[in-house]
Design a protein around this ligand. Structure first.
Ligand SMILES: Cc1cc2nc3c(=O)[nH]c(=O)nc-3n(C[C@H](O)[C@H](O)[C@H](O)COP(=O)(O)OP(=O)(O)OC[C@H]3O[C@@H](n4cnc5c(N)ncnc54)[C@H](O)[C@@H]3O)c2cc1C
Length: 431
């Protein structure tokens, strides 16, 4: 009997646990290690942050659902990985594994910008706990009559979609509260143009998002390097196309949400002490075509914690986003690769890494499809419409329901693509 252990139980880890258990059956053991007793549906965090969802709406306790599927659960912080002994430490507890899957997500590098983050002077929507705290500050801000808002993504950030979402969602919410006229919004981004998205643009995402911001009276600053965040001010060094700082801009604010750069979480970054080939300099897990560590063949990684180089060089550093559909493709590939290794075969499944993302805008939404992720592409597509807003709500409902029932069917492939009329595209990323 093999023991498959997965660290992390979010967008990557939980579907993986269900899928590998379903695939391997009762002859093999699956254990999840999670430092969060709940599953949180991260894509709904922007809605939670303006009070359109509660924490309960988008969260549930992992334990009863995993138990029903005969999947072990250890609630606690995995504190050390010992790849040469095939062991994970959770405090004093030793967990032996045959296959280890790292689905630990990112470490949020707020410390790289002075004053950034919930312990500084900006709110965050990266975790559900952060989004709940952002919601409380949002209620306070709105009940005090509003004021200037700064929203955006700092240098080195990679997850741009939620930032565009949050800017438009705040705009929609402020209109509902009839205080939009009191709240000038400035969008500050490391991207070289609006709609770059860390992907070199997707379809005509530049025109689509610029037009949306113009319609919503959202001003923007591109090529931005944020140097300081205080309670009422954000300082930005703006670069030219060569990356040289051309001016320093001070922006007044009373409510600031800026997405930080990501790094690998500590337990993963520390693998560099065992072998430098495990992780890149930012602590993201190195993987081969099969999502497998190039150092240890029984370690795989899925989700935001894998190392992917930037799609292209930009004047201010922008990372590559890792979105839900990409993660679904990684989950499916790793499940089949472990299944093959257990049958003494070489892993053969390569995930697509294609990017499909629905960015909600509160009253409408836009969908971006980039296949493959790096241009030039076979499919590159950006469209806006109310159907996308409905598709995003459907994505939330289907995903949460599937994660409660233990249905590991990829949600995008099965439901959302059909709704949006997107067909085919299950090829691997080298085809
Ligand atoms: C606000 C926001 C909105 C997003 N919206 C979308 C969207 O609409 N569509 C889309 O496709 N993508 C979206 N994404 C991108 C991506 O899909 C999500 O970030 C996704 O949740 C990433 O999943 P993950 O499993 O890799 O990491 P995470 O969701 O970060 O999960 C990692 C889990 O591992 C746990 N963990 C970490 N270290 C340890 C440890 N040492 N021991 C035990 N547990 C540990 C963490 O607590 C966490 O629960 C969004 C991202 C953000 C931040």
């Amino acid at each position: 009997m093999a023991h498959v252990v997965v660290i992390g139980a979010s967008t990557g880890g939980l579907p993986f646990a269900y899928d590998i258990k379903k695939t391997l059956g009762k002859d093999h053991k699956v254990t999840v290690i999670s430092n969060n007793p709940n599953f949180n549906f991260i894509p709904s965090n922007p809605w939670l942050a303006v009070g359109w969802r509660s924490e309960e709406d988008i969260s549930f306790l992992l334990e009863p659902h995993l138990k029903r599927k005969n999947i072990g659960l250890i609630i606690g912080e995995a504190s050390e990985i010992k790849p040469n002994d095939n062991q994970v430490m959770v405090g004093d507890r030793i967990v032996d594994y045959d296959y280890l899957v790292l689905a630990t997500g990112p470490k949020l590098a707020f410390d790289e910008v002075e004053g950034l983050g919930p312990e500084g002077h900006s709110v965050s929507i990266c975790t559900t706990a952060h989004a709940e705290s952002a919601r409380q500050k949002w209620e306070e801000f709105c009940s005090n009559g509003g004021g200037p808002i700064v929203v955006g993504a700092v240098q080195g950030a990679s997850c741009f979609g939620p930032v565009y979402e949050f800017a438009c969602i705040m705009d929609t919410d402020l209109k509902k509260r009839s205080i939009r006229d009191k709240c000038p919004i400035t969008f500050v981004t490391a991207e070289p143009y609006i709609g770059h998205l860390g992907l070199g643009g997707v379809g005509d995402s530049k025109s689509l998002l610029e037009s949306e911001f113009r319609k919503r009276h959202i001003k923007w600053i591109i090529n931005a390097k944020v140097t300081n965040v205080t309670i009422d001010n954000v300082t930005v060094d703006q670069a030219n196309d060569e990356g040289e700082v051309i001016k320093t801009i001070e922006i007044a604010t009373q409510y600031t949400m800026m997405l930080p750069a990501f790094k690998g979480v500590d337990i993963v970054a520390k693998l560099a002490d065992v072998d430098a080939g495990f992780v890149n300099p930012r602590g993201f897990v190195m993987v081969n075509d099969y999502q497998q560590s190039p150092v240890k063949s029984n370690i795989f990684s899925i989700g935001v914690n894998i190392a992917i180089p930037p799609v292209e060089a930009t004047p201010v550093m922008c990372g590559t986003p890792k979105t839900g559909y990409m993660i679904e493709s990684m989950v499916t590939a790793v499940v089949h690769n472990i299944e093959e290794m257990l049958a003494n075969k070489a892993p053969s499944h390569i995930p697509t890494w294609n990017a499909v993302c629905i960015a909600d805008m509160g009253d409408t939404a836009a969908t971006f499809v980039a296949m493959p992720q790096i241009p030039p592409r076979n499919v590159t597509w950006a469209k806006k419409g109310k159907i996308m807003h409905i598709a995003k709500i459907a994505f939330e409902k289907f995903f949460i329901r599937n994660m409660k029932t233990g249905n590991s069917e990829p949600v995008y492939q099965k439901y959302i693509f059909k709704m949006l009329g997107i067909e085919r595209l299950k090829k691997n990323r080298h085809s």
